[in-house]
Design a protein around this ligand. Structure first.
Ligand SMILES: C[S@@+](CC[C@H](N)C(=O)[O-])C[C@H]1O[C@@H](n2cnc3c(N)ncnc32)[C@H](O)[C@@H]1O
Length: 294
């Protein structure tokens, strides 16, 4: 058990958050209840195919199974089934973050939800934290970071491509309430050459090809105790990153791992691993910013 007097890794950020607390009402993305105009809805057919729509009065969802008027869903409870004019049946629910990431528009490859979960936990992203991220890509990780830092935290995202930055910001605004989306600042620039403008950063989260080129910038901008995290798809990148972090005295406690998720198929007479799985996505590296070097 951690003694109560010992500061927790994110305690500095939490203290900061107490100072900057606003009077906005708390966010409740899980709010139960009826569908409203403007809500995102995930329609799921009997074959588990998923379609993401936004409810607009007077609009209709078109599919091979027929037409489903949005007005049929507006004012009705989430989790119900709705019929098209040709008898097709769709279950209608609000998308989870996982659903949204897998159905939203993509530019660059987004980080998979299984890895995002580990990144938030092993990166210890907490309410009130100041996080620097690069690159923004499709915005999948950014959405999760914004939810985790909450309305008193900040996410500064560096992205070199204008089209990706624009798409990511549309994806973010499409899922998060303004009070969270507004905690994002996008820097449209190359983080390798341009560096990091922020100081006393709690977390640096990297998903780009050469994360080791950000180490000198992270060293200058991070507070001691902060967590550096990078996500890379290949072992060559993984090892190069380890070598460069190991050679930098300002970083220590390097850990490297991957997350394997094996789905299972359950039925009345069987329970077994699914035939298909996403066998590999990427490797996660974490390191702590130490106080021993400037
Ligand atoms: C794999 S994608 C990131 C995906 C993102 N994490 C997500 O979950 O949607 C990599 C992104 O890094 C950006 N990028 C690559 N090199 C960069 C650099 N030197 N500075 C800033 N962004 C960079 C790319 O343009 C691309 O958008």
């Amino acid at each position: 058990m951690i003694p109560p007097t010992r500061p927790l890794p994110c305690s500095a950020a939490i203290r900061k958050s107490r100072r900057t607390m606003t009077t906005d009402p708390p966010i409740d993305n899980t709010a139960a209840g009826v569908f409203h105009p403007g809500d995102l809805v995930l329609l799921i057919d009997r074959k588990r195919r998923k379609y993401l729509i936004r409810l607009q009065p007077g609009d209709r969802f078109h599919s091979h199974a027929g037409l489903l008027p949005h007005d049929d869903m507006i004012g009705r409870q989430e989790g119900g089934e709705f019929r098209t004019d040709r008898g097709g049946v769709y279950l209608a629910i609000r998308p989870s973050l996982n659903d949204y990431i897998l159905t939203m528009k993509r530019g660059a490859t987004p980080i998979y939800p299984k890895d995002i979960g580990a990144i938030l936990t092993y990166g210890d992203v907490c309410p009130g934290a100041t996080v620097v991220e690069a690159g923004i890509g499709s915005g999948a990780l950014t959405i999760a970071l914004l939810r985790a830092v909450g309305e008193s935290g900040r996410v500064y995202s560096y992205e070199s491509r204008e089209d990706f930055a624009a798409l990511a910001q549309r994806n973010i605004a499409g899922f998060l309430p303004d009070v969270l989306a507004s905690r994002l600042v996008v820097h449209l620039r190359d983080i390798y050459d341009g560096g990091i403008a922020e100081s006393s950063v709690d977390r640096v989260m990297l998903d780009l090809p050469e994360p080791w080129r950000v180490i000198p910038h992270a060293r200058r901008s991070m507070r001691p105790g902060g967590i550096f995290l990078a996500y890379v798809p290949t072992t060559l990148q993984l090892h190069r990153l380890w070598q460069e972090l190991d050679a930098e005295p300002a970083f220590g406690l390097i850990d490297q791992f991957e997350v394997a998720l094996r789905p299972w198929d359950a039925g009345p007479q069987s329970l077994r691993p699914a035939h298909r799985m996403v066998a590999h996505t990427g490797f996660i590296t974490t390191a702590r910013r130490l106080a021993t070097a400037g």
